[in-house]
Ligand binder design. Structure first.
Ligand SMILES: Cc1ncc(COP(=O)(O)O)c(C=O)c1O
Length: 366
């Protein structure tokens, strides 16, 4: 079976280092807020080229805390994409604000920036781009639009660790960049975790307070905060993988290049788009196929996993269906019908890639 992601293969490569790290953390007796977490924050800030990085318990929390620290709240509108994981919109709702969904671009699967301005109202306070599947949004263009309308930018970088636009890392463009360390992410821990990158000292300070029960000084609480901390074991694991993230992402791009070559010009199939200015890190390798059921059946027969990210756009999810009943997002809705993600991880072998592309090729030609 060729899985969507093979965390065991990755662990096999780094086992010794992780086991040694485990012993070090267990021997230290320090499990929450310690040297590993501090070092991870400093190393990630340096890697991303941002002044501050504040870790927290998940990518969902990173979005929630960033929106809260940015002062987004009830009555405010936040423009975002409906073609994403639910957490993007959940976080907007956690702070009492309203997600305003715009359609996506058919090539990049990211928010169609041409639609953002038309969605701006008196209540719009922020825009929340999602660098979906590891594909960076055209951030200079979004920054131009945001500046014109005085909108804050909170980036959802859950799937885009290491992705760049013109050499600048995603997460370094907005007021805040929110990352997830869910195990299957490009930089994933062995449990939940998240982080907010920011260029603002005040924002970083507010995030540190919010993630730790609204406290600046032990047992003194200034605001209602949260328990959203990254533990030392996760931080140790993430530091080990951070040292390898450049090569992990390069290997993902290598797999994508082979997929692209072999799947080019198949009838009824479109390979992923890449912007010339972008550095796509292929959290997912997602194609569009007219006869998706047929391709899925062929992959199943060849013992190859595949997945639909995402079958139901957010405005059509049960939780949001009534509130957005009148909203039509034709590109999002069509892409949800045709998208199919193929196995993607750094350790995929040439032979495995061949099995995947042979199955897809036979299904589209047959
Ligand atoms: C686009 C997007 N946003 C947010 C999240 C939330 O991250 P987490 O699962 O770490 O809470 C995820 C991942 O699950 C995601 O894919």
């Amino acid at each position: 079976m060729i899985p969507m992601v093979d965390l065991k293969a990755q662990y096999a490569e780094i086992r010794e280092e992780i086991e040694a790290g485990f012993s070090e953390v267990l021997d230290s007796g320090q499990f929450i807020f310690g040297p590993q977490g501090q070092a991870l924050e400093a190393e990630i800030a340096e890697f991303l080229g941002v002044p501050h990085a504040v870790s927290c318990a998940s990518g969902t929390d990173a979005l929630h805390l960033a929106l809260a620290a940015a002062g987004i709240g009830p009555g405010d509108e936040v423009i975002t994409s409906a073609f994403t994981f639910i957490a993007t919109a959940e976080a907007i709702r956690y702070v009492g604000a309203t997600p305003v969904f715009v359609d996506i671009d058919a090539h990049s699967f990211n928010m169609d920036l041409g639609q953002v301005e038309a969605a701006v109202t008196q209540r719009t306070r922020a825009v929340l781009p999602v660098h979906l599947f590891g594909q960076p949004v055209d951030m200079p263009e979004l920054q131009r639009i945001a500046a014109k309308h005085e909108l804050r930018i909170i980036e959802d970088c859950a799937q885009s660790f290491g992705a760049q636009w013109n050499g600048v890392m995603t997460g370094g463009f907005g007021l805040a960049g929110c990352f997830s360390f869910f195990p299957s992410k490009n930089l994933g821990g062995y449990g939940d975790g998240g982080l907010v990158a920011t260029g603002s000292e005040a924002m970083a300070e507010e995030l540190r307070v919010l993630r730790n029960h609204g406290s600046r000084e032990r047992y003194h609480h200034h605001v209602i905060g949260y328990n959203s901390r990254l533990d030392e074991i996760q931080a140790m694991i993430l530091r080990s993988k951070l040292r390898r993230i450049g090569s992990y992402n390069e290997r993902r791009r290598h797999v994508a290049r082979i997929y692209n070559e072999r799947l080019a010009e198949l009838p009824g199939l479109r390979t992923p788009w890449e912007d010339a200015e972008g550095y796509h890190v292929y959290h997912q390798y997602t194609i569009l196929v007219e006869d998706r059921a047929r391709v899925m059946a062929a992959l199943r027969d060849a013992d190859v996993a595949c997945a639909i990210y995402y079958p139901v756009p957010l405005h059509r999810q049960e939780v949001f269906r009534d509130a957005y009943a009148g909203l039509s997002l034709p590109v999002t809705e069509r892409v949800a019908q045709e998208c199919l993600s193929l196995p993607m991880y750094p350790e995929l072998t040439e032979e495995q890639i061949r099995t995947v592309t042979d199955a897809v090729t036979a299904a589209t030609r047959g």
